[in-house]
Design a protein around this ligand. Structure first.
Ligand code: ADP
Ligand code: G3H
Ligand code: MG
Ligand code: MN
Length: 592
């Protein structure tokens, strides 16, 4: 039976904001940037980009993994943590604000867990920061050992081993190393660690219904940290047996995920997933060490036990094993003031917390600010109707998107899309230059970039930017139907280029591509444009339904069994079908 999980929270939409407020009250050495709560960036209170003479080490990602990542901000570890909404990567603008706030002359290293949303949002922010003159490197961590190499392009998931990579990189930076060396040490650490998780319960996203996937007496092996289903559901077993299975899996000579062989030295991290009592974690630690020594012939140099990278309130733990060479041990032993690294926190409470200013972005001058025209022309009226209908369709379908994403992803697709839709409606009222279609599309990208995050956030950002570039090739502000069709094609090409997916990968492209093909065909055949648009929306709908039969080769769904996938369509594709059809109907209506 599914039930609404009880939580001691206020508005589910404010959990990340209120977490950060509590965190900075608790730890005087931490601070957030001005622009909070829109920008959710936690930084060291003693660091400013204008004077910082060390490499800045920046991480972050979706929230819901507390204390990761903000709890690891502090001298000797992270310089800043960029906090996304629950399970959704932070948007590009927040990441850029973080980079600008703490990156000094030596540059910054971004440590990113391998999730599509994180990789793309951090990747784009890195590119932009580089174009502003910052030195930026990025290391992507994919330490999951539970699954065979995933289908398609997704790669292995980033899990709790990432915390050890933060520590190694943070200590290297604190020792004064330059960006190339800090990056090399982080890369070596990420390639030296393997992780696998087991869960006894599914986590509850704030404000959402808990999945009843895991029956009583069952446990899940090889799960991720976003409530996504694990590799296998088995009967609950004694912890000795669970640990033996997990260690064998991580150290498997078949997958060779970690470069650890008999006679080697290792570091062990026992990580609680949010609702596991310390007693059980210590039991796990006490059992894992002798198994590593006696059954795998390894010397255990160091053990960390606690909750480092959680999955909200999930019961269970993950085990990470890192090859311990001398340089790694030195970095792990180096001092840090990061409050959640297991050494205790200290600090002198400053008299008042004044938000640190974010260094401004000089991309747009004040007098270039767009504005909504006093009077909309006929094209502006149609465009507004289309955008409004599309955004409202997403608002209406939010819960279904979350439900589908809860089965084949991490349950946030609807919330992420909803945030984008609300921002678009709001921004449209005040400043979209609706009589200029290209510039309006560019403003939609800005709304998305400001609030969305996640894979869908960055993908729609890329989508709109590519459409904008295509539309700008035309000097007129009025866009012809064929130009719209060409813009859609350009957007699809860009999403495919940067996201790596193509037709049949079970993504939103499987709705967009058939729509674009039919739109092109119908326009060439001479249909009147609103009819062509409407017919193409049918192709989007059937394309999105057909994702049920597809093997996922991109994003989180590629970790999910075909058995589950065949019961649910791809949420991103369903979202496309919804907004596209609503826009087409609205346009048709206005053109009558
Ligand atoms: N590489 C990709 N290219 C295009 N779309 C993708 C890609 N990976 C995932 N998606 C789409 O993103 C949707 C999920 O969006 P969202 O829930 O925001 O992502 P996540 O939580 O995984 O970051 C999927 O249903 C799929 O349609
Ligand atoms: O917590 C989630 C990850 O950091 C972000 O992943 P996502 O945006 O791809 O869902
Ligand atoms: Mg997500
Ligand atoms: Mn998701």
């Amino acid at each position: 039976m599914a039930f609404q999980g009880k939580k001691l929270i206020n508005d589910p939409n404010d959990v990340v904001i209120e977490f950060i407020e509590g965190l900075i009250e608790t730890y005087p050495n931490l601070q957030y940037l001005d622009g909070f709560p829109q920008i959710k960036v936690v930084v060291r209170a003693d660091v400013s980009s204008s004077t910082y003479d060390k490499v800045a080490v920046i991480s972050g990602g979706g929230s819901g993994h507390e204390p990761a990542h903000a709890g690891f901000v502090g001298e000797g570890m992270l310089t800043a943590a960029i906090c996304g909404d629950v399970f959704a990567s932070p948007p590009v603008d927040s990441i850029l604000a973080g980079i600008r706030a703490v990156t000094g002359v030596k540059g910054c290293l971004l440590i990113v867990k391998n999730y599509t949303g994180d990789r793309l949002n951090f990747g784009l922010a890195a590119e932009q920061a580089k174009s502003e003159g910052y030195k930026v490197e990025m290391v992507i961590v994919g330490d999951d050992c539970a699954l065979p190499p995933p289908r398609g392009i997704a790669g292995r998931r980033g899990l709790a081993g990432t915390i050890l990579v933060h520590k190694v990189a943070g200590a290297a930076a604190a020792a004064g190393k330059d960006l190339a060396d800090v990056t090399a040490e982080a890369k070596n650490a990420s390639e030296s660690v393997g992780t696998m998780g087991v869960a006894l319960s599914v986590c509850t996203l704030p404000g959402q219904v808990t999945s009843d996937r895991l029956g009583p007496g069952k446990m899940e092996l090889g799960l991720g940290i976003h409530g996504e289903p694990g590799a296998a559901v088995v009967d609950l077993q004694p912890v000795d047996i669970v640990i033996s299975h997990v260690l064998n899996q991580i150290l498997s000579t078949e997958t060779q995920y970690v470069p650890i062989t008999r006679g080697g030295r290792v570091v062990l991290l026992i990580n609680g997933l949010g609702a596991t009592p310390l007693m059980e974690l210590m039991i796990a630690a006490g059992k894992a060490v002798p198994q590593l020594q006696l059954e795998h012939g390894l010397a255990v140099d160091k053990v960390y036990t606690g909750s480092f990278m959680t999955s909200l309130d999930m019961a269970g733990f993950s085990i990470s094993i890192m090859k311990a060479d001398e340089s790694i041990l030195k970095r792990l032993d180096a001092p840090t003031r990061a409050p959640s690294w297991p050494v205790g926190a200290d600090g002198v409470r400053p008299p008042a917390k004044i938000p640190l200013p974010v260094p401004p972005c000089h991309a747009r001058k004040k007098d270039e600010e767009p504005s909504r025209p006093q009077q909309l022309n006929v094209h502006g009226i149609i465009l507004e109707a289309g955008i409004e209908a599309a955004a409202n369709a997403i608002i209406d379908i939010k819960d279904s998107l979350n439900e589908w994403d809860g089965k084949v992803g991490d349950g946030d697709c609807g919330s992420t899309m909803f945030r984008g839709a609300v921002a678009i409606l709001e921004d449209m009222k005040s400043y979209y230059p609706l009589n200029d279609a290209a510039e309006t599309v560019n403003e939609i990208a800005s709304s998305i970039r400001r609030v969305m995050g996640g894979t869908s956030g960055i993908i729609y950002d890329i989508f709109c930017k590519a459409a904008y570039a295509k539309l700008k090739e035309n000097s007129e502000s009025v866009v012809s139907p064929k130009q719209w069709a060409a813009a859609l094609e350009a957007s699809i090409a860009a999403v495919s280029k940067y996201g790596g997916a193509s037709a049949g990968y079970r993504t939103m492209l499987d709705a967009l591509i058939p729509a674009s093909t039919v739109l092109h065909e119908r326009l060439v055949a001479g249909d009147d444009p609103p009819t062509a648009f409407l017919l193409s929306s049918e192709a989007a709908s059937s394309g999105s339904e057909s994702t049920k039969d597809m093997q996922a080769q991109a994003g989180r769904s590629s970790y999910i069994s075909q058995e589950i996938l065949s019961t649910v369509p791809d949420p991103g594709a369903m979202a496309v079908a919804a907004w596209y059809r609503a826009a087409a109907l609205a346009v048709k209506d206005k053109c009558q």
